[in-house]
Design a protein. Structure first.
Length: 176
């Protein structure tokens, strides 16, 4: 085996990416503190052709050198919008008929592997603060909550890891 060079990967340029058909997925970042986590989510969103990222509350927005450090240019390819509160973002999404899915450990959460998204429906995947998770008032507005199963001693994943797992799962279930 030989490691491929970047030019051999045949990735889209930014102009082509912007015109490409996107997954019917919107990522909502609910008060994310870490600029590196924000950048990582942008990069993952680029990889899976996510429609848009909504940055809410204290979540920082581009341009910022610490977001750029992990996004590696994905802030230029992935559409994003800022909202002062997550509630404002969710109100617009609900109005458009988007299904709201919080990624959180709650009573009645659906294990991620059991959630069956409809490929013709648009979903907003809501990821919460590194310490407090998705706010309860946001969970209350959600149509569903999904939980990533864990089998070790820790109670949660890093938000950028959670986003990677959930976006990959939804991508596979919707795209194929």
């Amino acid at each position: 085996m030989r490691k491929l060079k970047n030019k051999e990967l045949n990735r889209l340029d930014i102009a082509t990416f912007k015109k490409a058909d996107k997954m019917p997925l919107i990522v909502v970042l609910d008060n994310i503190r870490s600029l590196n986590n924000i950048g990582s989510v942008f990069r993952t969103a680029d990889a899976f052709l996510i429609k848009k990222i909504l940055l809410c509350g204290i979540t920082a927005r581009p341009p910022h050198k610490d977001i750029h450090k992990t996004a590696l240019g994905a802030t230029d390819s992935v559409a994003w919008e800022y909202f002062e509160t997550t509630e404002q973002a969710l109100a617009l999404l609900k109005k458009d008929g988007t299904v709201l899915v919080s990624v959180e450990q709650v009573e009645g959460a659906i294990p991620l592997q059991e959630f069956k998204p409809d490929r013709h429906q648009e979903y907003a995947l809501i990821f919460g603060n590194e310490v407090k998770g998705v706010q309860q008032k946001i969970v209350d507005q959600s149509d569903y909550c999904v939980e990533i199963p864990q089998y070790g001693t820790k109670h949660s994943f890093n938000i950028s890891v959670s986003a990677g797992i959930v976006l990959w799962d939804f991508f596979n279930k919707i795209r194929y």
